[in-house]
Write a protein that binds this ligand. Structure first.
Ligand code: ADP
Ligand code: MG
Length: 387
């Protein structure tokens, strides 16, 4: 690959923040649990009700988009995620985080509902962001005249250790050291050494990868006596495209999409400090805590941004105040029992709206096109020399 081209889009853009409130579940309906959230989708507004001296007082929060309990997967995807995937297909790096308390729908949003109850190859209503994004990517690639490769990786971060969810091998051997991947810094950012990158040929392949990743996650969870609510998963799709532009020039574009299902936010207090109870229980999640501190530092314009303090922020450094387009989907539950965590999530998400990134397109003229360009230049110079 040769000369870097088209790094034109350097305007600062804010991190996009989307709010999603899940529906009440069967138990909550049976127990007639009071609800404290009202979502006004048209106004992109969420109202949080609190009982103050016997009176319900509403507090309003605005986000880029808000989705209430009646909004299904397709609607959220079409309105909020599809434009981001279009950016990936234009050669940008984009990251979507699912943030929120355990049980608010982060995994439902990212991966989808129970795949076994549906035809796994179908984009059913319960399908989440990952299969829908892959579907959109292939739909686009099949409709244009372009050579392409689509690769996926899937990793998990637990206790500051990185595990490859797609590596072949039994779950038991995953507990060994050889399955703990190392992160190395190079000029282009952080690379996870030996991370499996699987080439995906059709959009239906994605269900096999998701099942493989989830099965490994579940087995290791039981074997290691750990909790999935305390781990982060990062699904990455890389799309390489070789196209011919309108001037007949061959260009290579690479777009990358990171889809991050974060650990449950319940142990981090509203100020971003470690919750005392969490400290006592020894369940401090360094990566989630550092993510909060990075957001605070970026929002306050601090000179030092503590990216290096955790694996998650090292890996996703570019998505926070860097060259990536970033979106946070903040998930909440509508019920009164969750009100404290809901308010914490609303505050966190609200602050994150102020982070600014400078997205850059990854486009390069291909080698053959560059050689053609140089040959034309030589011919021109020869012509001038012998004229
Ligand atoms: P988290 O990953 O945040 O811990 P889950 O995604 O596991 O939460 O969701 C908890 C439960 O709520 C699951 O049974 C899930 O299917 C259900 N759920 C979450 N969000 C929705 C939604 N928008 N619509 C229907 N069911 C949902
Ligand atoms: Mg989950």
């Amino acid at each position: 690959m040769a000369a870097r081209k088209g790094t034109s889009n350097l305007e600062a853009v804010n991190v996009q923040v989307i709010l999603r409130c899940r529906p009440v579940n069967k138990d909550e309906i049976a127990n007639r649990t009071p609800q404290v959230i009202q979502v006004n989708e048209k106004q992109s507004e969420v109202v949080f009700y609190q009982n103050v001296a016997g009176k319900m007082i509403g507090r309003s929060f605005h986000f880029d988009k808000c989705f209430g309990p009646e909004s299904g997967q397709a609607r959220l995807y079409d309105q909020a995620v599809s434009p981001i995937v279009e950016e990936v297909l234009d050669g940008f790096n984009c990251t979507i985080f699912a943030y929120g308390q355990t049980g608010t729908g982060k995994t439902y949003t990212m991966e989808g509902g129970d795949r076994n109850s549906e035809d796994g190859h179908d984009l059913s209503e319960v399908a989440g962001v990952i299969p829908r994004a892959i579907n959109q990517i292939f739909h686009h690639l099949d409709s244009i005249n372009s050579e392409y490769t689509v690769k996926c990786s899937f990793l998990e971060l637990y206790n500051e250790e990185t595990t490859d969810l797609l590596a072949i091998g039994d779950a038991l051997s995953r507990t060994g050291d050889k399955n703990k991947l190392r992160m190395l810094e190079d000029k282009s950012g952080v690379v996870v050494q030996n991370l499996e990158e699987i080439i995906v040929k059709t959009s239906a392949d994605i269900y096999g990868l998701l099942d493989r990743g989830s099965a490994k996650r579940r087995t290791a969870e039981t074997l290691l006596n750990k909790q999935s609510s305390r781990s982060h998963s990062v699904f990455c799709v890389t799309v390489h495209m070789r196209e011919t532009d309108t001037s007949g020039e061959e260009v290579i574009k690479t777009g990358k999409l990171h889809l991050v299902d974060l650990a449950g936010s319940e142990n981090i207090s509203r100020s971003g400090a470690v919750d005392m109870r969490a400290k006592e229980a020894g369940v401090i999640n360094k990566s989630l805590l550092t993510l909060g501190r990075v957001i605070t530092a970026l929002v306050e314009g601090s000179g030092h941004i503590p990216y290096r303090d955790s694996k998650l922020t090292r890996l996703l450094r570019d998505s926070l105040g860097g060259r990536t387009k970033t979106c946070i989907i903040a998930n909440i539950a509508p019920t009164v029992q969750c009100q404290e965590e809901t308010l914490s999530t609303l505050d966190y998400a609200h602050r994150a709206k102020n982070i600014r990134n400078r997205p850059e397109v990854n486009q390069r003229v291909s080698k053959t096109a560059h050689i053609k360009e140089l040959n034309a230049e030589i011919d021109k110079l020869k012509g001038e020399l012998f004229a």
